[in-house]
Design a protein around this ligand. Structure first.
Ligand code: TXA
Ligand code: MG
Length: 329
């Protein structure tokens, strides 16, 4: 585990340049980084995560000029978004340069590019002097890490360094936006609200999350999942839930908790009720989502029951993660 001193970051940057794996904080979740041009280093990411090779990685940069090393052309929409919303939790799908290994992009002609808004991530990428390929630093399919401790617990023995930059400010992964077609398409809702993207490029399409497309695995139906069974119900629906065994409820705000506590029957079935944001703040809910799920998942519960959040702003990203974590009935 490394602190965020200049010396530590310099050491980690050097390790990346030498083909090693470094877990580092971003504003969204912790990433597991490797030199994007080093196929062997990238292969180690897949090995560490037990991630299928058909799931492409995001390449991270810390200066706009680094984009030229990775992408072959920039559609006008991409330029506008980069100018207005980068650095930030927005990943753009762009035509790739031949130099980017196929392993990074799963053989796709496109590459996912992101400029994170986190000083530690930026310093690390600059110290390495390279674009860094990095998925979230969790075993494939499991909950994403939002603290260095999450990474240490899940992948501690598989990475060379973990940089502890504290908890992630946003807490859900970046929004993935395909800008290679006529109209931008959101492949994965995330930390950049769709509303902010539409202010720059107008109406975008949002891929239906019930449509599982193996070509864009962010869309894999089962993902971001705790080991404990998770059931997702509509907002306010927990009052009618029929949990079994030792069950935990995950509610949006204080009002939901209050309503559940006063409902007949169901509340007594829940051993605990956890609130994502007392005041009903969508940003706070997103920031606390994964750490709350990590806690519940190690709390010895038989079931977790969650309610949907309002489908706007970061609520979309939280609902997407809860949906993908949930049992399909
Ligand atoms: O916030 C984030 O995006 C974090 C931090 C570490 O930056 N990273 C992250 O990476 O969430 P990962 O690998 O867990 O998710 C990357 C997503 C996947 O859903 C993948 O399918 C999609 O991006 N993706 C990557 N390259 C793609 C491409 N060429 N076309 C379509 N989707 C792509
Ligand atoms: Mg991931």
């Amino acid at each position: 585990m490394l602190d965020v001193s200049e010396a530590s970051i310099g050491r980690a940057g050097k390790a990346l340049a030498e083909g090693r794996l470094v877990a580092f904080p971003t504003e969204t979740v912790y990433g597991l980084g490797a030199n994007a041009f080093d196929e062997k280093a990238v292969a180690r990411i897949f090995e560490a995560k037990a991630r299928p090779n058909f799931d492409p990685l995001i390449v991270h940069i810390a200066e706009l000029s680094q984009a030229d090393r990775v992408v072959s052309s920039l559609p006008p929409a991409a330029r506008a978004l980069m100018e207005r919303l980068w650095p930030g939790p927005l990943t753009l799908i762009l035509p790739k340069r031949d130099e980017v290994p196929d392993l990074v992009t799963s053989g796709l002609p496109t590459v996912a590019l992101r400029f994170p808004a986190n000083a530690v991530a930026q310093d690390l990428i600059r110290a390495a002097g390279l674009p860094i390929a990095a998925p979230s630093a969790n075993p494939f399919g499991y909950l994403s890490p939002t603290t260095a401790d999450h990474v240490a617990a899940m992948l501690g023995d598989k990475v060379d360094f973990i940089i502890d930059g504290g908890p992630c400010r946003i807490g859900v992964e970046s929004t993935v936006l395909d800008v290679t077609g006529e109209r931008p398409v959101v492949l994965r809702p995330g930390g950049m609200p769709v509303e902010s993207i539409e202010e720059v490029v107008g109406k975008v399409e949002i891929l239906d999350r019930s449509e599982a497309k193996p070509t864009s695995p962010g869309q894999l139906p089962s993902h971001y999942a705790p080991h404990t069974k998770l059931y997702l119900v509509p907002s306010g629906g927990l009052a009618y839930a029929k949990p079994h065994g030792k069950a935990a409820a995950l509610v949006y705000d204080a009002a939901s908790k209050e309503a559940l506590a006063h409902a007949h029957g169901a509340p007594s079935h829940f051993r605990t009720i956890r609130v994502l944001s007392e005041s009903g703040d969508l940003l706070e809910s997103a920031a606390r989502l994964f750490s709350t799920l990590h806690e519940l998942d190690s709390g010895g519960f038989d079931e977790i029951w969650a309610e949907r959040l309002p489908e706007l702003g970061l609520g979309r990203a939280v609902n997407d993660r809860l949906f993908k974590a949930s049992e399909k009935r």
